[in-house]
Write a protein that binds this ligand. Structure first.
Ligand SMILES: *Cc1c(COP(=O)(O)O)cnc(C)c1O
Length: 404
């Protein structure tokens, strides 16, 4: 809705700290938190026009809130999209997208390496309503192409992926989708618009878990979809106003402030992750490191081109072990030896968070499925934060140097 009368052609860094709805009559410098469910209407006539959609204006929290609008405007500016729609979590943004764009008989094509809940939502929940889907290899473009059907409506990709940081080619997938009359949606959670702006590469929708880097300090759940003004207004808005997975104004305010430092956080955390990945690659107890910034990464060249020359802030590594049982024991030893870093689900925090994917995010898979996905028992994921590099290394060494 209405915004500060900012001059045109400001840089993204500036918009990230300045773009918001108008200041209130009090002139607050930090954006106001409008913690209210309803909005008092100036007159019955204006109220009627607002409800009829003939005039802009806030009415009720499920149909809009100024703090939420400020977050949407800022995120859209960062992603280079015409508009954005905030949701209550990353998963509710996936829900809103699928619910708004699909009907029974449609088909969705997506990568087998996507976020686990995304796979469940598409492959199990939406299947109950007659939406078909196919999973393909993240990096095999020929497989994506071969799996397209006449009724394919959405190609959905996430890059880099969790936890193995596989990278797919957004430009190539956008071409594939458009040639088939389908849309390309990209989960941009790991790279964020600081590293990668899928709209400029041909994507039609960018999906976010605001819970991660957009907040950046592990405080609130949030999500968003970035798209054309037409798609947001004609497709997403009519659904969210009835379905109700809206972002709370408080959470919107937290994430709005998070966007102000996204650029410097992403650069600093990415630089630490890169240094840590190089160091881990040299450690005698480490079998393999997965990080797009390493020349050993299978899609290193594509990643550097697509991600502004940075690898992001998430890496994973395998501890060396002769068999899966020993690998699990070794990985648990490294995690249980931490005294500074956190054993904690989530990522995108200023605090470094470690997880053991085989027993958590991928714990429900059979050992065979896990092997196929490349998630070994010795795999540890590190979402690198802002601690000093020496302390990051020191905390990992507590476990790595005392492996039995
Ligand atoms: C966390 C995450 C999600 C889901 O977001 P929530 O905010 O937890 O609902 C989706 N995609 C990726 C890549 C994620 O890391």
């Amino acid at each position: 809705m209405s915004q500060h009368p900012l001059p045109d052609n400001l840089h993204i860094d500036t918009l990230a700290v300045r773009l918001a709805v108008d200041r209130s009559q009090y002139g607050e410098n930090s954006e106001a938190l409008y913690l209210t469910s309803g909005f008092v209407q100036p007159s019955a006539e204006i109220s009627a026009r607002r409800f009829a959609g003939e005039e802009d204006g806030y009415t009720y929290g499920r149909t809009g809130n100024p703090t939420v609008s400020s977050f949407e405007m800022r995120l859209a500016a960062l992603e280079g999209s015409e508009a954005a729609m905030a949701t209550s979590s990353g998963m509710s943004s996936v829900m809103l997208m699928l619910f708004s764009l699909l009907k029974a008989g449609d088909h969705v094509l997506y990568s087998q390496s996507m976020f686990g809940s995304t796979i469940k939502l598409i492959g199990s929940e939406f299947a109950r309503f007659g939406v078909a889907s196919t999973m393909v290899s993240q990096t095999d473009l020929a497989a994506w192409k071969a799996a397209i059907r006449p009724n394919t409506k959405i190609l959905f990709a996430e890059t880099p992926t969790n936890p193995l940081t596989e990278v797919c080619d957004i430009v190539a997938l956008a071409d594939l989708a458009h040639n088939a009359g389908a849309l390309l949606a990209v989960d941009n959670c790991f790279a964020t618009p600081i590293l990668q702006r899928p709209m400029g590469m041909g994507a039609d929708i960018v999906m976010h878990s605001g819970t991660k880097y957009l907040d950046g300090q592990g405080r609130v759940m949030a999500g968003a979809l970035c798209a054309s003004e037409k798609m947001v207004v004609d497709k997403f808005w009519p659904v969210i106003r009835n379905a109700g997975m809206v972002l709370s104004p408080f959470n919107a305010w937290v994430v709005l402030k998070g966007l102000e430092t996204l650029d410097i956080r992403m650069r600093a955390q990415s630089a630490r992750a890169h240094a840590l990945a190089l160091w881990l690659e040299q450690h005698p107890r480490v079998a393999r490191v997965y990080y797009p910034g390493l020349t050993s990464h299978p899609q290193h060249d594509l990643a550097m081109k697509q991600m502004s020359g940075m690898g992001g802030a998430v890496l994973s590594f395998d501890v060396k072990a002769p068999d899966p049982q020993t690998a699990r024991t070794q990985a648990f030893h490294v995690l249980d030896s931490l005294r500074v870093l956190s054993l904690c689900t989530n990522l995108g925090d200023t605090k470094t968070l470690l997880t053991h994917p085989a027993s958590t995010s991928h714990g429900k898979l059979s050992e065979d499925q896990r092997q196929a996905a490349g998630i070994g028992q010795g795999l540890i994921r590190v979402a690198v934060g802002l601690e000093h590099l020496d302390d990051l290394k020191g905390d990992l060494l507590r476990g790595l140097d005392t492996l039995g």
